[in-house]
Design a protein around this ligand. Structure first.
Ligand SMILES: [Zn+2]
Length: 199
């Protein structure tokens, strides 16, 4: 009888161990989304290189928000009248611009780009004085503040461009190149609802 109870005890113990192993194996099954090739490095670097695409929606208005907002507006900040077609063009320009800028960062991440600078094809009186041509941000600043990715407002002419040179832009003496950030905090950016009609 004593021998039998030891046998039952051992059998019970084995079952418990087997169940524990099974649960342990299941919980190790990878359940994470597939990583892009640039995220495989470890440490801060891997975090910084995550595509801004995942978080940008929290920081920028959606297409619906823009359309609804524009529906109640008849002119831009300079008093230029806005037609229905102008408003549609502004919404699609926003989407296109955001996509282009995100792609610039994604492409830069594959090449290890550390600095990005702002560029303007046309005059942009809304951005002027806050974001100017030659202002630059580091990849880490973009990671910390995805708001630094243009467009900054409706009809924004600003573009983010990867700096492919090997020089550290923080130490550059190149004319017009200067950091957007004076310290750790995000500098004032244009308000998204300021409308600049497309030319
Ligand atoms: Zn702008």
């Amino acid at each position: 009888m004593f021998f039998l109870s030891i046998l039952v005890g051992v059998a019970f113990f084995l079952i418990v161990v087997l169940v524990a192993i099974h649960i342990g194996m299941r919980s190790r099954t990878p359940d994470e989304p597939p990583e892009s090739p640039t995220i495989h490095a470890s440490g801060i670097y891997s975090i910084v290189r995550r595509s801004p695409r995942d978080s940008i929606a929290q920081f920028k208005p959606s297409q619906d928000e823009l359309s609804q907002y524009l529906a109640g507006k008849n002119e831009d900040i300079q008093g230029k009248p806005l037609t229905g077609d102008d408003k549609k063009a502004l919404v699609s320009r926003w989407e296109q611009s955001l996509e282009e800028n995100i792609r610039e960062v994604e492409a830069g991440d594959h090449q290890g780009v550390e600095f990005y600078y702002y560029d303007f094809d046309e005059d942009d009186p809304v951005c002027r004085g806050r974001i100017d041509q030659g202002h630059f941000v580091t990849r880490e600043e973009i990671f910390k503040f995805p708001r630094t990715i243009p467009p900054f407002h409706i009809g924004c002419r600003c573009r983010l461009k990867a700096h492919h040179g090997s020089e550290d832009l923080r130490e550059t003496t190149r004319l017009g190149m200067r950091p957007l950030f004076r310290d750790e905090s995000l500098p004032p950016l244009p308000t998204w609802s300021d409308i600049l009609k497309l030319s």
